[in-house]
Design a protein around this ligand. Sequence first.
Ligand code: GLU
Length: 438
Amino acid sequence: MNDSLQARPSQSTNPEATAGERYDFFRVVQGYLRDAAALVEMPEDTLTILSQPKQEIIIHFPVRLDSGEIGLFKGYRIQHNNILGPYKGGIRYHEAVTLDDCKALASMMTWKCALMNLPLGGGKGGIKFDPRKYSSGELERITRRFIHALGSNIGPSHDVPAPDVGTNAQTMAWAMDTYVNTVGYLSHTSSKGVVTGKPLASGGTHGRAKATGQGLVHCIRYWAEEKDFTLEGSTVIVQGFGNVGSYSAALLSKLGVSMIAVGDHSGYLYNPEGFNPHKLQEYVRKHGSVAGYPAGQSIPREQFFRLKCDIFVPAALENQIGVAEASVMDTKLIAEGANGPCSPEGERILIERGIDILPDVLANSGGVTVSYYEWVQNNRSESWTLEEVDARLEVAMKRAYRKTMEMARQKNTTARLGAYAVALQRLMTVYAERRIWP
Ligand code: GLU
């Protein structure tokens, strides 16, 4: 039997947390929602609607493993809100996936899409298992069974999944193929937009793989302009070297920013001369993690967070920067590539210490924005050039950055609550116009 069946105590993703103590991510996000709702004087009934997802789907599904045994897997899909358009958001494969974390992440997708002015709502899903322990054939069967089990709960005009932690373009190709061959077989072409983040040849878009990193780097550039900070010759530390971390590091290196430390689930590396992000990306693709990369010195997690740098990019999981980390970090800026990497207590300390934060819903929204471009291209049977995608993304990021910072200044609040407030204003306008049916 698959080990995903075994009951485990819920764990915080922060290894520093006391045993048994659980980080309540959904409550954290609900707290931001309440605070931002007060800033924009959102009507109480709209706040009540937005404080819970519309639908919570939990599925147990069997998969034949390479050994011949059957494993039973637990999958989630949370559909938080669709007043602006179809539910939109990634599918996460990770052993720590929980219903409540998916609820937190799904609601964050609602804020992200609203902030970015996309005609999309918020959703998130996941399967609770460690994908590293499974073969490619098993991953394909797990993905196909999950998408089949979701059936018409997803669809190009209803709910559109995408990659997240532990999934990638290949996962999306299997997902799209399964959907098209089961639910959507009568409308093959128009069903392609059921998921985004697909490989280019299978209906993906130019620029999606790097999109989250690209959007993050645009935000860092705007921040640097505002602060009169010279990026060339500065340093960055990156936690998590998957899609977001690796593309952020590579794009920053083009601007002359050198990555002096990097870490992932396997450990932390330091190299004061700077890593070559392209070579490291190649190494991680081959070996699965940064462990054993020859060009760096292995350091403990505690030292990693103390290293002096100009920019810190958390691009792994939530709740990585708590009180302990925030009290010792020696950086000017935290650009949140991950969703929810700073705990509220951590954020308070960072702000007190004069460290700026580019919040997740703004900083990592390049991913879903280019997902939207992919979906539009699929719906119209079009193919845009990389230049076109890049140009549109830049305009979208600049607008969202400007709106977030203007709101934060106007309300005298943090960039995070500024971003939430912009998103909530859009949502409350639509609720005020449409009300609820009947
Ligand atoms: N998983 C990504 C996120 O958290 C992308 C979602 C999407 O492209 O729909 O924003």
